[in-house]
Design a protein. Structure first.
Length: 768
């Protein structure tokens, strides 16, 4: 039903399907868009052929056969025309089929690898078991089967006690036929001998794909896994062989990861789904009709038998009875959700004949464990003749090897790790074997495989020759692990040793392990290292020396015992700047990285040449010494007078020059020398009342550095004194009284600027 709603400015189109016919064009379109969840599916039964409820038994039935797959013949009917997710009409069956306590007399054959009992099912993406839904399902291979485009058929036939449904050479969605699957479901009344034990059989031929495009499959793999098992639909009663989503024959049981589809190839599974709550263990890899023959005396054969626990929460254990074959050995027995046992039969003279061996598998269901027992025949041939001659190769390698079996191909292979491929990958030294079969004969062979571990070359020694040496020694510390050694040197007697004295050059060392299976080589170069070179003893100005000309093959490290020394930008630069905060002589060391040779030199850090001369004035008739100030003890001096001393004596005025020199620079300064009169003069008369001057005792002086004057009366008493030649006497006593007229005596003691001592005495007449 289609609805189109128009609005004035915007057009919205919506297509709603309330019911969709399965496998119709609308259905296919919605399936591609993953939009089938909200529609009601309607099944087209008009093309399904309706069969009578009973069809006569066919002579093609395989009562008790090991390979349960029955090829469809003229007694089969087409269940479905070419379709994608279709189902058959409700089909009546002429017997009671028991499934988990319920009895069914009708089935639906669904295109997607399963049959259901209460309604058809178009679901193409399988779910794991257990699950709900209340539609019991038995699924030998629940995947998205697509028979359109001529890729396969779904066929079936009914007998009074069994139904056979074959999905023969079917492709996968969307109309892909590059990979095809063939498998069969058989259900019975529980007594039909077509199933040796139980009421259900899953029978497989070549299985090539797992997943359709709409289930996120790519080229038939990945996406949603296909499911093999049975499910009551109550989330309780079920069994699960496994789920499959990729190529290959790997299998880790129902509890593990999804498995490889080729593991199902040509397998048969017999089981009983009648009882509620538990399906006994299912045998895989062997059936009751099997006969294993050892066709030559001395041969051995390993027989592998697996039992699946259909309920994923259960674990199965295995026991066996040798049936009188006392040489039968148990070489492996593993319990678990998938249980395994390996039995080894030996073809010796005492065992010639046929022996019925019984293997019993018991799960851990409570309160009543499930038990499955199978018997098979081991036949020791009496002729002693056989064309069975397998040989394993190769038997030795480095790291790993892929073992093949020569003189084949053979019908089957069983390796010691339970794998069944025609080749085996080994990556460690060990005894390992395989049992092969050909035309019903079995034989086991075993070999020891020598597999050496790859190794790395641990070469020790110095790869640099340090001057003055001309050779270096290299050696192999783990030499006991090696066989042949070659260094590539001309002398054969030395070339095969585990150590070698080598000159500079390039060499290739080749080593074999002690088993001579692994070989490694390494190419290395020995360098001759010239001794390092640094600067000679030197001096530097301005507290910095820029190093140049240093030679060291792989660099080195500078150092100094004195903390004043710095290396800029760091001590590992080949030619750094070396600085000091204090002038002086310092030891500088350099140690090269390759050979550890240490060299030493000294640097004398010189101050800049500099001096300072004072200007001076000297007393007339005297002399003065001009002394220079210098920054370095290594300076030389040259005065304008021609003197080379640090000081000169001058007695005349003028400008005197001094040039100070060292290895860094020259510096000149000057001293200006003046002449002055150095003397003291005192008056001999003062008039205290005078208004025209001369009313004070004033000293005229020049060039006086130290001074003291004392004035006494005629009785020798001190009446005034001073140490400042600028002071003057006003004719008063020290207490401020004016002195009487008369004669007074003075004494002057002084030191002149030229350090000459001067003393003068005299008298002065004082008048009012």
């Amino acid at each position: 039903m289609k609805f189109i709603i128009l609005f004035p400015t915007i057009l919205f189109c919506s297509i709603l399907f309330s019911q969709v016919m399965v496998d119709s064009p609308q259905y296919d379109s919605l399936k591609l868009l993953n939009q089938l969840n909200n529609v009601e599916l309607v099944y087209d039964t008009s093309s399904t052929v309706f069969l009578p409820t009973v069809i006569s038994p066919s002579s093609n039935e395989k009562s008790g056969a090991c390979d349960c797959y029955v090829e469809p013949d003229g007694t089969y009917t087409l269940a479905l025309l070419p379709n994608d997710d279709g189902s058959s009409n409700l089909i009546n069956i002429p017997f009671n089929f028991c499934m988990y306590g319920q009895t069914y007399n009708q089935i639906y054959i669904n295109n997607n690898g399963n049959v259901t009992f209460t309604g058809p099912m178009a679901t193409f993406s399988a779910t794991a078991f257990p699950s709900g839904g209340n539609n019991p399902i038995i699924a030998p291979f629940w995947g998205d089967v697509d028979t359109r485009g001529g890729f396969g058929q779904v066929l079936y036939k009914i007998t009074p006690t069994a139904v056979f449904v074959n999905w023969k050479d079917v492709g996968y969605y969307d109309t892909h036929g590059d990979k095809l699957n063939s498998f069969q479901l058989i259900i019975t009344d529980g007594a039909d001998p077509v199933i040796s034990s139980g009421n259900v059989a899953f029978c497989y031929k070549d299985m090539q794909w797992t997943t359709g495009d709409a289930s996120n499959g790519v080229n038939g793999f990945d996406g949603v896994p296909a499911t093999a098992g049975a499910n009551k639909g109550d989330n309780i009663s079920f069994f699960l062989i496994s789920r499959f989503d990729h190529a290959g024959n790997d299998f880790d049981g129902a509890l593990g990861n999804a498995d490889g589809i080729s593991w199902l190839d040509y397998k048969s599974f017999y089981f009983d789904v009648c009882n509620i709550g538990n399906v006994p263990p299912i045998a895989e890899g062997i059936s009751a009709c099997d006969t294993f023959k050892i066709c030559a005396l001395g041969d051995t054969a390993d027989i592998s038998i697996n039992f699946l626990s259909p309920e994923t929460t259960q674990s199965t254990s295995i026991t066996f009875s040798n049936g009188g074959l006392t040489t039968l050995q148990e070489v492996g027995n593993i319990s678990g959700n998938t249980a395994s046992i390996i039995l080894r039969a030996v073809g010796d003279l005492a065992s010639i004949g046929s022996w019925n061996v019984t293997v019993t598998a018991t799960d851990d269901a409570t309160p009543t464990p499930g038990v499955t027992t199978i018997s098979f025949v081991i036949q020791i041939d009496t002729t002693g003749l056989s064309n069975l001659n397998p040989q394993l190769t190769p038997l030795e390698a480095c790291d790993s090897l892929t073992v093949s079996v020569l003189n084949g191909p053979f019908d089957s292979y069983l390796w010691d790790d339970f794998s069944t491929g025609s080749t085996m990958f080994l990556d460690s030294a060990q005894n390992f074997g395989v049992t092969v079969s050909l035309n019903g004969c079995y034989k086991r062979i075993e070999e020891y495989f020598s597999i050496a571990e790859p190794f790395s070359i641990n070469l020790a020694g110095n790869f640099s020759i340090c001057s003055p040496d001309t050779i270096t020694n290299l050696y192999l510390p783990d030499s006991l692990s090696f066989g042949n050694v070659t260094w590539g040197i001309p002398n054969p007697a030395l070339d095969s040793l585990f150590s070698a004295n080598l000159t500079a050059g390039t060499y290739t060392l080749t080593i074999q392990d002690s088993l001579f299976l692994c070989q490694e080589d390494t190419t290395f170069t020995i360098n001759y290292n010239q001794a390092p070179l640094i600067f000679e003893d030197t001096f530097a100005c301005n507290f910095q020396f820029n190093v140049s000309g240093t030679f060291a093959v792989s660099g080195g490290v500078w150092s100094s015992p004195d903390t004043n020394i710095r290396f800029l930008p760091n001590e590992t630069v080949l030619n750094p700047s070396i600085t000091s905060s204090i002038p002086g002589t310092y030891t500088i060391n350099f140690t090269d990285n390759t050979c550890g040779i240490e060299l030493s030199s000294t640097i004398f850090f010189e101050n800049w040449a500099w001096t300072s001369l004072p200007d001076t004035v000297i007393c007339e008739g005297s002399s003065a010494v001009i002394t220079s100030y210098a920054a370095s003890q290594n300076d030389t001096y040259l005065w304008s007078t021609g003197s080379t001393e640090t000081a000169i004596t001058v007695s005349s005025s003028g400008t005197y020059y001094l040039t100070v020199s060292n290895e860094c620079n020259d510096y000149t300064d000057s001293s200006i020398v003046g002449i002055k009169i150095c003397d003291i003069q005192a008056p001999n008369i003062i008039v205290l009342s005078s208004t025209q001057g001369n009313n004070e005792f004033v000293i005229n002086y020049s060039g006086v550095k130290e001074y003291r004057i004392t004035i006494q009366n005629r009785w020798g008493n001190n009446i005034w004194e001073s140490i400042n030649p600028a002071d003057y006497w006003k004719g008063k006593t020290s207490n401020g009284a004016i002195v009487e007229e008369g004669v007074y005596f003075y004494t002057i003691k002084a030191v002149l600027d030229n350090d000459e001592e001067l003393e003068k005495q005299g008298c002065v007449h004082v008048y009012h």
